[in-house]
Design a protein around this ligand. Structure first.
Ligand code: FCB
Length: 490
């Protein structure tokens, strides 16, 4: 049976009763959108997980409160020129002080799941030693608040905010950090494992390794391929060790990892571009998938890296290849690879978002089908999908029809893959709120909910109303949790 029921019935059924969304019968909650949402919703089984996602540094703020330590992002944001608008996550969406309101907002969308990350330096300020009880209390309240509202908490342990104290001894370049991460994972699992719907170790290790250590555009801002590849190996190793450490706690939450993936298409049919696309596919997809699911790195990539290939100790690859209960895929766009000048999707007449990312929904079904063809997969979740647009709040309304179209077309692409036999179990919109978009600061708005940063007032956009109508057609009653024995290889 492709869809074993895995409903976990804690908490009441969600009542769509929040005043914030009561004005839902306005324009794009209109009949057309509602009926389209209904037809789309019918393509999914009733136990599908529908959620929204955020991450700690992007929304929490309260960067220096209640004993939180500095993270590498606090430090990176202090670097002149690092963040386009000179901002930081210091206040962000002030979510730390507004979890009551924000949990209400999540519940009012009618979703049955919320994906968020813990800030490691909030619960262990130095990344080793002392735990910070005040930090844990915050997540305790968040998790209980979600469960009370019928929303399943999907935890991520690492969404890029390494304690700065660890960076000072080499960060992810230093193999010791791997062990620190496993200790942190075990402690979180000990406290929250019984209530979490799932625990993901890392969010997008490629981004951490490459954008943080080779391109230097994300924290910690280093620029070396050799360092980046060693970091990628340590991240994967820390995933494996953390999974072992969490399982040793007899944690009942399903365990997995979240990868950013995009089909890589050659810019032209020239042999050079085809070869470049194959290599980029290796560096972004196969490097992570092969290591996690086959216990090896792709030969062609190792050959290309030559002296920049990471040092691998005996036993590392077996540690990385732990049985997974699920795999999270973040999908935004496809990538075009070629040896010529970088392709400019904006100039090419293609439809793009405010990030300049091409809108390419077919890439999502293509990617999911390809992963199914090439790997023995655990159940999949689309853990992030969404788009930034230049939203404007006018007379209390944000008319973001372009985002609705984006979400609709990508959910439809996911349905195509599902109908062709891909075991995908859930979908999370990035993001619940407009938030701190890393090096782009606050200029890029990905939220279903508009945030006025001066007042911290939240206004659901038309897309929030659309998603609520969609979720209500999809019948999202009660939190959804993957049963631990649904995964492969356990
Ligand atoms: C992903 C990140 C997420 C957000 C989106 C737009 O790569 O995981 O934090 O920044 O991109």
């Amino acid at each position: 049976m492709p869809w074993p029921p895995h409903q976990h019935s804690t908490g009441p059924t969600i009542a769509v009763n929040d005043i914030m969304l009561m004005k839902s019968d306005e324009p794009s909650g209109n009949a057309v959108f509602r009926s389209e949402a209904g037809a789309l919703a019918e393509r999914f089984p009733p136990n599908f997980v529908w959620g929204v996602a955020t991450s700690a540094y992007q929304v929490e703020g309260a960067a220096h409160e209640d004993g939180r330590g500095d993270s590498i992002w606090d430090e990176f944001c202090r670097r002149p020129g690092a963040i386009k608008d000179g901002s930081s996550g210091e206040r962000a969406c002030d979510h730390y002080h507004r979890i009551g309101e924000d949990v209400g907002l999540i519940a009012s969308l009618g979703v049955n799941a919320y994906r968020f990350s813990l800030a490691w330096p909030r619960v262990q300020p130095l990344g080793a030693g002392e735990w910070n009880e005040k930090g844990f209390e915050f997540y305790d309240r968040l998790i209980d608040g979600l469960l009370e509202r019928g929303v399943a908490p999907y935890l991520t342990l690492y969404h890029w905010d390494l304690p700065q104290a660890l960076q000072e001894s080499g960060g992810w370049m230093n193999r010791d950090t791997v062990g620190r991460f496993a200790d942190y994972a075990a402690e979180v699992a000990r406290r929250f494992g019984g209530r979490a719907a799932s625990i993901a170790t890392h969010n997008e290790p490629w981004v951490v390794a490459i954008l943080g250590h080779e391109a230097g555009i994300f924290a910690p801002g280093l620029k070396s391929q050799k360092v980046a590849m060693q970091v990628s190996h340590h991240l994967l190793l820390s995933h494996g060790l953390a999974v072992q450490a969490v399982r040793a706690q007899r944690c009942t939450a399903p365990l997995g990892i979240v990868l950013n993936q995009a089909p890589i298409h050659a810019a032209t049919d020239s042999p050079e571009d085809l070869a470049k696309a194959r290599l980029d596919d290796g560096l972004t997809i196969r490097w992570y998938m092969d290591a996690l699911l086959r216990g090896s790195y792709p030969e062609d990539v190792l050959e290309f890296l030559d002296e920049d290939a990471p040092q691998i100790a005996p036993g590392d690859m077996a540690t990385i290849r732990q049985p997974l209960d699920f795999l999270g895929i973040n999908y935004y766009t496809r990538n075009l690879s070629g040896t010529g000048a970088p392709l400019d999707p904006i100039g090419s007449g293609k439809e793009v978002t405010d990030m300049g990312w091409e809108v390419f929904p077919a890439g999502l079904s293509e990617l999911l089908m390809r992963l199914k063809a090439d790997y023995r997969l655990p159940p999949l979740y689309v853990t992030e999908n969404g788009a930034a647009y230049r939203d404007r709040l006018v007379d209390g309304r944000v008319a973001d029809a372009d985002r609705i179209r984006y979400l609709h077309s990508h959910i439809a692409a996911m349905a195509d893959a599902l109908e062709r036999g891909v075991d995908v179990r859930g979908y999370f919109v990035w993001s619940l709120l407009d938030n701190f978009e890393w090096a782009d600061g606050y200029a890029k708005r990905f939220g279903l909910v508009f945030v006025d940063y001066a007042t911290q007032r939240r206004t659901p956009k038309d897309s929030a109303l659309w998603y609520r109508a969609f979720c209500s057609r999809a019948g999202t009653a009660g939190p959804r949790r993957l049963a631990i024995n649904d995964g492969v290889g356990r």
